[in-house]
Design a binder for this molecule. Structure first.
Ligand code: COS
Length: 387
C-alpha cells in the first residue's frame, strides 16, 4: 500500500540520489577499510533512514511494507553493507517491539531507534542453534523483579555498534522447544555483556558481526517484549516473516545493480570485432537475468502488499526470500561471466558483489529453511481443508 504517491516519489528520488552520489563512490573504500564512514552514517540519520519502519508517533516514517520494499529497491543498488548498518534497526532488531511490544516499551525505545541514536540488534542465533532456532540454550532465570541471563549469541549483526538487543532466551528449561522461549529488550550497556572479536567474513565488509556473551546479566522483568513469557519464539518468527520480505527486496536491488553493470560492460567490451552484447550467448545470460529479476520483483511486491492487507504472509515471505536470494546468486554468477577475466579482478567490483550476495541465501533463514516453511504451510493448509 502506498499512502501518498507524491511523498513516496520524493523519498525514492532522495534515496536514489544518495545511493548514486554518496554510497556508490564509497564502495571500494568501505570494502578496504571494513568501516562505513561516520559522515555517511550521519547523513543516513539526517535522511531518516533509521526510522523508516518506526511508527510516526515515535518519530519514524512508518512506511508500509510496500513502501519499505520500494525504498529497498533503491537503497540496495550498492554494497549491501550500507543497508546493513540501518537494516537491523529498521528490521529484525526493532520490529519485535513494534509488533508485540507494550506501549511503555515502544515509548522508551522507538524514538531513540528512529533517529539512529540507538542501533538495534537481533540476538537469536547461538553456537549450537542456527536453523533450529527453537533449540536455543541461552537461559533467562527469574529472580524477583528481574531475570538473570547467561549464554552466548553468535554472528550477531551490528552487535559491536548496538545500543539494544532483542534477545531470545529460554525462561522455562522444562520446555526445550519454542514454548520455553521469551523475547527481551536488553540495554547493551548492562553489566555482564561482552563481545567476541569481530568475525572475518567472505564479503559484506563494513557490516560487522560478532559473538555476544551474557554472563549474569540482570534484565528487568518489565523488559519482556509484550510482557508475556513463552511467546518469544513467535515474536521472532513474526519479525523474520517481515525481515524476509525486506531481504528479498535487497536481493532484487543488488541483482539489478549487477545486471546494469553487466549490460553496460556487454555493450562496451568488444571481441571478435563487435560488442560482446551482440553475441547471442551473452544475450541469453542478460535475458535470463532480466526475466528472473522481474519475477522476483513481482513476488516481493505481492508479498509486501499482502502483508499490508493484514494477511499471514509466512509462505509468501519465504517464497520471495527463497526465489530472490537464489536469483541474486545466479545473476551474480552470470555478471562475473559476462565480465570474463575482468569479473575475477577486484578493481571491476563485480567479484565483490559476487561474494557479498552469497550471504542472502543463508541469513534470516537459509534457502532450505524457506523450503521447509513453504512446504509445511502447504501441508498444514491442505490438511485443514481435507478435514
Ligand atoms: N508467525 C507466528 N508464529 C509462528 C510462525 C510465524 N511465522 N512460525 C512458527 N510459529 C509458531 C508456531 O505456530 C508454533 O506455535 P504453536 O506451538 O503454538 O503452534 C511455534 O511458533 C513453533 O513453530 P514450529 O513448530 O514450526 O517450530 P520448529 O522448531 O519446528 O521450526 C523453523 C521453525 C524451522 C521455521 C524456525 O526455527 C526457523 O525459521 N529457523 C530459521 C531461523 C532463522 O531464520 N535464523 C536466522 C537468524 S536471524 S539472521
Amino acid at each position: 500500500m502506498i499512502r501518498d504517491q507524491e511523498t513516496m516519489n520524493v523519498l525514492l528520488d532522495n534515496v536514489a540520489r544518495f545511493v548514486r552520489e554518496r554510497l556508490v563512490p564509497n564502495e571500494e573504500r568501505v570494502a578496504e577499510t571494513d568501516e562505513i564512514p561516520a559522515d555517511i552514517v550521519n547523513d543516513m540519520k539526517e535522511m531518516g533512514l533509521f526510522g523508516l519502519t518506526i511508527p510516526e508517533t515515535y518519530g519514524g516514517l512508518d512506511l508500509t511494507m510496500e513502501e519499505e520494499v520500494l525504498v529497498m529497491f533503491e537503497l540496495g543498488k550498492t554494497s549491501p553493507a550500507f543497508r546493513s548498518i540501518i537494516g537491523t534497526t529498521v528490521g529484525i532488531g526493532s520490529q519485535g517491539i513494534v509488533i508485540d511490544g507494550t506501549e511503555e516499551q515502544k515509548a522508551t525505545w522507538l524514538p531513540k531507534l528512529a533517529t539512529g541514536e540507538v542501533i538495534a540488534s537481533f540476538a537469536l542465533t547461538e553456537p549450537g542453534s542456527g536453523s533450529d532456532a527453537a533449540s536455543l540454550k541461552t537461559r533467562a532465570e527469574r529472580r524477583g523483579d528481574h531475570y538473570v541471563v547467561n549464554g552466548t549469541k553468535r554472528f550477531i549483526t551490528n552487535a559491536p555498534q548496538a545500543g539494544m538487543f532483542t534477545l531470545m532466551a529460554r525462561t522455562n528449561p522444562e520446555e526445550p522447544r519454542a514454548g520455553g522461549i521469551t523475547a527481551f529488550i536488553v540495554d547493551a550497556k548492562t553489566p555482564g555483556i561482552s563481545f567476541g572479536r569481530r568475525d572475518r567474513k567472505m564479503g559484506q565488509k563494513g557490516a560487522h558481526t560478532c559473538d555476544v556473551i551474557f554472563e549474569d546479566v540482570k534484565v528487568p522483568a518489565q523488559n519482556i517484549i509484550g510482557g508475556k513469557e513463552g511467546v518469544g519464539f513467535k515474536t521472532a518468527m513474526k519479525v523474520l516473516d517481515k525481515g524476509r520480505i525486506h531481504i528479498a527486496a535487497i536481493c532484487v536491488a543488488v541483482a539489478q545493480r549487477m545486471l546494469d553493470d553487466a549490460l553496460r560492460y556487454a555493450m562496451e567490451r568488444e571481441q571478435f570485432g563487435q560488442a560482446i552484447g551482440e553475441f547471442q550467448l551473452v544475450q541469453a545470460m542478460l535475458a535470463d537475468s532480466q526475466a528472473e529479476l522481474y519475477a522476483a520483483r513481482c513476488m516481493v511486491l505481492d508479498a509486501a502488499r499482502r502483508r499490508d492487507e493484514g494477511k499471514n504472509v509466512s509462505t509468501e515471505a519465504a517464497c520471495a526470500k527463497l526465489f530472490a536470494s537464489e536469483m541474486c546468486g545466479r545473476v551474480a554468477d552470470r555478471a562475473v561471466q559476462i565480465f570474463g577475466g575482468a569479473g575475477y579482478m577486484a578493481e571491476y567490483g563485480i567479484e565483490r558483489f559476487y561474494r557479498d550476495v552469497r550471504l542472502f541465501r543463508i541469513y534470516e533463514g537459509t534457502s532450505q529453511i524457506q523450503q521447509i516453511v513453504i512446504a509445511r504451510n502447504m501441508m498444514r493448509e491442505a490438511g485443514g481443508e481435507l478435514k
